[in-house]
Design a protein around this ligand. Structure first.
Ligand code: COA
Length: 239
């Protein structure tokens, strides 16, 4: 796959590793990163050799410290921004990938960093991780789905507390409110994520994909609609 500037993409043993790679700037999410992620996520989605995707941040200090504030000040007009979103809907791809995605979270996980983590299916954090939604202080609301995805993961109360008050939480609290599945020592972060990925990839990829669809799509449905979806997907597998 092509050369990227702010993303590293690697493929090993049916796992796709996407690393946010601007460590000097705490992996802040900029336009270049959006474009490269768009490309790499589409490629990963379409690559039959990739059964599980791992998303992580380069460097010691951060998974991602949010949107790049230097670009924030030079934001395009809303019309252009909307057109770009339409053409490069990175968040749409993120949320619609049918392969399991696991986030390895360390250090600062802020703003778009949390939003990327929320697009993943399983989140593992290291003990040094801290989570925050600093958008209020910038006079904006989350722009990458956070107002919808965070409450779907942690519930309305904690989501609104974090969003409205701007309070940051540490890894242990994130685990308690189920923002992350597990907290592990920093040295164990990638090995833990890889162990989970390895156990997932032993199963048939179609079965995995249908199971993910049943859970993820079902969460936006009533119970009876969800049960219908489950039955339909189950039947497809038997055919
Ligand atoms: N956008 C652009 N650059 C960023 C950034 C961001 N969101 N977050 C950090 N950086 C840059 C810093 O400007 C600094 O660059 P420099 O070395 O050229 O000065 C570098 O990354 C290291 O950050 P620094 O602030 O020195 O690290 P710290 O450990 O002292 O503080 C934070 C870390 C996360 C508390 C602080 O960087 C911060 O508040 N960042 C902004 C978070 C934010 O509001 N994100 C937007 C969410 S919508």
């Amino acid at each position: 796959m092509g050369d990227f500037e702010v993303i590293i993409y690697e493929k090993k043993d049916n796992k796709g590793y996407i690393t946010l790679n601007r460590p000097k700037f705490l992996n802040a999410y900029n336009i270049k990163m959006r474009d490269e992620l768009y490309y790499v996520l589409a490629a990963v989605r379409d690559d039959p050799e990739v059964k599980v995707v791992i998303l992580k941040g380069a460097g010691e200090k951060a998974f991602c410290a949010g949107a790049d504030l230097t670009e924030f000040l030079t934001a395009p007009s809303p019309v252009i921004a909307r057109q770009v979103r339409f053409e490069r809907d990175v968040w749409g791809i993120f949320l619609n990938i049918r392969k399991p995605m696991i986030a390895a979270l360390h250090g600062y996980v802020l703003g778009s960093g949390i939003e990327m983590a929320m697009c993943c299916d399983i989140r593992i954090a290291s003990e040094d991780a801290q989570f925050g939604v600093p958008e209020m202080g910038l006079g904006i609301i989350p722009a990458a789905g956070g107002s919808q995805t965070i409450p779907r993961v942690v519930g309305r109360g904690y989501a609104l507390e974090m969003l409205l008050s701007g309070r940051w939480i540490k890894a242990d609290e994130a685990e308690r409110i189920k923002m992350v599945n597990h907290v592990v020592p920093r040295t164990e972060l990638l090995p833990t994520v890889e162990r989970i990925a390895d156990s997932i990839k032993t199963f048939d990829h179609m079965t995995i994909s249908y199971a993910k669809q049943a859970v993820v799509n079902g969460l936006d449905m009533t119970l009876s609609q969800g049960l219908e979806l489950e039955a339909k997907l189950g039947k497809f597998l038997l055919n």
